[in-house]
Every structure is written in C-alpha cells, then in structure tokens.
Design a protein around this ligand. Structure first.
Ligand SMILES: NC(=O)c1ccc[n+]([C@@H]2O[C@H](COP(=O)([O-])OP(=O)(O)OC[C@H]3O[C@@H](n4cnc5c(N)ncnc54)[C@H](O)[C@@H]3O)[C@@H](O)[C@H]2O)c1
Ligand SMILES: N[C@@H](CCC=O)C(=O)O
Length: 514
C-alpha cells in the first residue's frame, strides 16, 4: 500500500490542462438535461416526479433531472439496506477498501468531467471545482487506508491465562445527508466513510446538487460496490427526511448542513421509537461564522489577500468562509483599503470561463437571503464595496464589504453564506480575540501575526475547531487539516482525520480465560 498523499490540484496555467478541462466541460454540456434514476437494491427506478437541477449562472439551463423518492421508496431503500447489511458487514475490510481505491482511480482518470459537472450544477469556478474533485479523491484514498489500520483493532492488556481483545464492528444502516456546497467531496466523503466501515446506507443528496451525486454513485458501481450496499434516494427533504430520521431501524445519521437542519435532526434522532433497540448516533457538522484576526504586526499584504480569498472563494458559500474580519486599530485603515482594492480586481461572471474568480450563488433562496443580509448590513455599518445583486439571468451577488460593524450586529453574528464580509476594529489583542469568540459558532478562524505569544494565546483561547496562522481560514485538506467545529458548528467529527471513521463503528471487547 503506497502511503496516502493529497491529490494535487490541477495547474491550469499549463495549456494541456486547460484543454483537458475544456473537454470535460464540452462532455458535460453535451449531456445537459440527462435523466438519472433512483437506485435501490441495485435496481434503477424512474419516477414521474423529478428534481430538476439548473445552472445557477443560467437559470433556464437544465443540468439534469433526477428521480425522486417518496416515503414508500424510502421504506424500500431501508429494507434493502437492512438486508444487505447482513452480508456486507462480513466482507473482509481490505475488499471494502479496494472499492474506494478503485473509485478514486476512476475519478482521477475522469477528474475534469466531475469538475465540469460542478461548474454547471453548482456554479464553481475551475479552481474551486477542481479542488472539490481532489478532495473527493482524498477522502476515498484516506478513509480506505484508515479502515485498514482500524481493522487491526487496538492493543489492550492481556494477563497470564486471560486473552483480551479490542476491535471495531460496523453498526447498521446509516442515513447520509450532505449539503450542496461541496457537492462532490462532502457527499462522497460522508458516504464512503459509512460504507468502508461495513455499514449500509441511504444517500439522499442535496436537492440542489443531485446530478454530481448520481454520477458518483455510478462510479461506485463501476468500482464494484455490490447492489444494496448504497441506496441512492434523492428527494424532497420535507417529504422523506423526517421519515428516515425517525425510522426505528436506522442506526446513525451522517449529516452536514445548516444549523437549523442539524439541530432538528439531532433532536428528532434522540427519540426512541417503538421497535428501536439502540440510541441513534448523529454526526452533525453545521454552519460557521468564521473570523480572520489581523494583529498590528502582521504581514498586511498577506492579511488582505487571505481575507479576500477566504471571504469570496466560491462566493462565500463555504462553512469555513471568512464572514468577519477583525482588524487591530493600528492597521485597520491600511488593511481595509487593500481588501477593498483586491476585491475590485476580482472577475465576476460565468464560472465556465477559466478567468472568472467568482460565479453565482446557488439559487433564488440563497440569493434573496443574501440580499436581505446586505440590506441589514447597510443599517449596521458602512458599505464599502459591492451590495449589488442581479438575478435576471443567474443568481449574481457582487462581493460585498461592510465595515465599522459592532460585534453584536446581526451580520457579525448570523451565518449569511454568501459573498459578504463584516469588518470590525479592536484596540488590542485581548479585544480582537474577545470579538472573535463572541459568536455561537466555532468552526474556523485565522490569526495573522508575527507575535509568537499571541499565536500561543490563540492556540489556547481562540475557540474554533480549525485554527490557522498566517493564512486564510478556508481550504482544509484531508489528512492534513482534519475538519470540524465547536459549539453550534456541530459535533466536531473531524472529517478527513484519524478519528473520523470511529463515528461509524462500535468497539467490542472480548476476554477469554485460557
Ligand atoms: N461544518 C461543515 O463541515 C459544513 C460543510 C459544508 C456546509 N456546511 C453548512 O451547510 C449549510 C449549507 O448547506 P445546505 O444549504 O445544504 O444546508 P441544509 O441544512 O439546508 O441542507 C443540508 C442537507 O439536509 C437536507 N435536509 C433538509 N431538511 C431536512 C430534514 N428535515 N431531514 C433530513 N434532511 C434534511 C437537505 O436536503 C440537504 O441534503 C451552511 O450552513 C454551511 O455552513 C457545514
Ligand atoms: N473543508 C472546507 C469547508 C467545508 C464547508 O463548506 C474548507 O476548509 O474550506
């Protein structure tokens, strides 16, 4: 087994790579409008009612149509997963891991096709889409290896005439509920983590990105995943979400998404239903209100660049996005001016154009929500740049900076999930840190400073799951920066980290008198 290595992002400055990506885009363009079935027990099922996925940059362009599961089909999916669990759980771990490695190899060969699908379905620009594809490959390669390691169990102490063992077992049927903003990486990672550990699962992709998910399920089949291990059941979450979460035979839920949905699932899953023999386990990775602190002796150019890339990468639609910048009063004007200047250099437009830095936001719901927050922000601070929106063709929001905001302001407290950053001032490091921690979330944060004492204090007291020094607060890499947050950002499951798979396993102890 070669050691895990992060799948390198594509260098699009090379003409051959640009050509390859253009081919990927042409292929996906030629398949726009394609229909995808549900898959239950390996059977492809077409339904009348379909999720229609559209390009957020051209809302009249249909990317794909995906069959929709109702409660009856969700129940069939559950029964299929329960049945297959009895065989899949006994598969040798190395054979399960091989399916992940094979899937990773298939994706590497077709990487631009997957990235292109995200350009069309999610409005990701080339670089963001390519990074999403790399992360999907990373999850497959990393979790496969992690499971091979866990399969060895852990050492416990035996005694004379007593042999003790400690090892891990799969749990049962899981419900996989990913978000749309990392439509490939998070969807794939949350799914295969549940499968490689020997569980079977129901995957309900986000209704905003079902096509990328459908293409991934095809890859898993091609890689040899047996029928019935994974049921692919796109659908309306209002119709089937609660039904599956409440199901007495469901063993765990692997959710990533908003705080509102995560807390709802957490609460419902706590109830023990008739016929249920266990407490459901819930992984709920939720939103963020992430801060970059700029200390007075920071590298100010690096600080400004970090704020701009973290705030406006993928139109700010990352749980890790910098939505609050807190600047030391001594450098406030300088950094802010530079942030505004750099923001003005961003090219906004069609994400299929290789030179575009920022495309649309995902849909009308997000568009309207962001617009409302911009209106609130204008009351709460000074609009320095951006603020304009246009949904005549797609869902375009200009990168927006609102400065002079009080720590308690709504745009400093509530997750907006769009290209809007609020900027506040602090008089010294204590105040910078206090403002940063003044939120109910705790996902990512960054500190730009040359002061080692401040780095050490932040390590202790900046209360976020992923803390970065002298860089931006987005872009965690599988195996390098395990990802997950504190407080209302969720259960801190640390996706892409050494403990993640334990969320889907039960530990068993055996003791034998000799
Ligand atoms: N912490 C992380 O790792 C992380 C990563 C990515 C995104 N996010 C967060 O996700 C949010 C954006 O994603 P979103 O808009 O897709 O979130 P969302 O909560 O609207 O949806 C997430 C998933 O939950 C499903 N869902 C909705 N209602 C449900 C219900 N009642 N029962 C079961 N499933 C239901 C959706 O269909 C979707 O698949 C942001 O808050 C972002 O910060 C967090
Ligand atoms: N892991 C990603 C964020 C995932 C949430 O949207 C990052 O680190 O930027």
């Amino acid at each position: 087994m070669i050691p895990y290595e992060h799948d390198e992002w594509t260098d699009f400055s090379l003409p051959e790579n640009r050509e390859a990506m253009k081919e990927g885009l042409s292929k996906i363009k030629s398949e726009l409008g394609r229909e995808f079935p549900l898959i239950i027990g390996g059977e492809r099922i077409e339904t009348e009612d379909k999720l229609v996925s559209v390009n957020p940059y051209r809302k009249d362009q249909v990317v794909g149509k995906v069959s929709k599961a109702d409660k009856e089909l969700a129940e069939r999916a559950m029964q299929s997963a329960l049945e297959t669990f009895e065989t899949w759980r006994k598969w040798p771990v190395h054979l399960r891991a091989d399916i992940l490695f094979k899937a990773a190899a298939i994706i590497r060969r077709r990487r631009h096709e997957f990235s292109a699908a995200m350009v069309y379905e999610s409005g990701k620009n080339w670089l963001e889409a390519d990074a999403d594809t790399s992360e999907a490959v990373d999850f497959l390669e990393y979790y496969g290896r992690q499971m091979l390691e866990l399969d060895q169990g852990k050492t416990v102490i035996s005694r004379l005439n007593e042999k003790n063992e400690y090892f891990y077992k799969p749990m049962g049927v899981g419900f996989i509920v990913p978000p749309w903003n990392f439509p490939f990486a998070i969807m794939a990672g949350t799914t295969v983590a549940a499968l490689v550990t020997g569980n079977t699962a129901l995957l309900k992709p986000s209704e905003k990105s079902p096509v990328v998910a459908a293409r991934f399920v095809e890859v898993l089949e091609e890689a040899g995943l047996p029928p019935g291990v994974l049921q692919f059941i796109p659908g309306d979450p209002k119709e089937i979400g609660d039904y599956i979460v409440d199901h007495p035979k469901l063993r765990f839920i692997n959710f990533t998404g908003s705080r509102a949905t995560g807390t709802r699932i957490y609460e419902r899953a706590a109830k023990v239903h008739k016929g249920q023999k266990w407490l459901k386990r819930v992984v709920a990775e939720m939103g963020g209100k992430d801060t970059i602190i700029v200390d007075k002796d920071a590298d100010l150019e690096l600080a400004a660049r970090s704020i701009v890339s973290s705030a406006f990468g993928f139109s700010g639609q990352k749980c890790s996005a910098c939505s609050r910048a807190i600047l030391h009063q001594d450098v406030y004007d300088h950094v802010l001016n530079r942030v505004v200047e750099l923001t003005g250099e961003l090219k906004i437009g069609d994400p299929a154009d290789p030179d575009v830095d920022m495309g649309p936001v995902i849909d009308d719901i997000q568009f309207n929500r962001i617009k409302e927050y911009i209106a609130i922000g204008k009351q709460e601070g000074d609009l320095l740049t951006g603020g304009e929106t246009d949904d005549s063709q797609g869902f375009m929001v200009q990168p927006t900076i609102i400065a002079g905001v009080e720590p308690e302001a709504r745009i400093m407290q509530e997750e907006i999930f769009g290209p809007v950053v609020a900027v506040a001032k602090g008089k010294d490091f204590d105040e910078l840190l206090a403002i940063a921690n003044n939120t109910e979330y705790g996902l990512t944060g960054a500190l730009l400073t040359r002061n080692r004492e401040h780095i050490q204090r932040a390590r202790e007291d900046f209360h976020v799951g992923n803390l970065y020094f002298n860089r931006g607060c987005t872009g965690s890499i599988v195996g390098l920066q395990p990802f997950g947050g504190f407080n209302m950002s969720g259960t801190d499951a640390k996706a892409g980290g050494p403990d993640y798979l334990l969320n889907f396993l039960e530990a068993k102890t055996t003791s034998e008198g000799l």
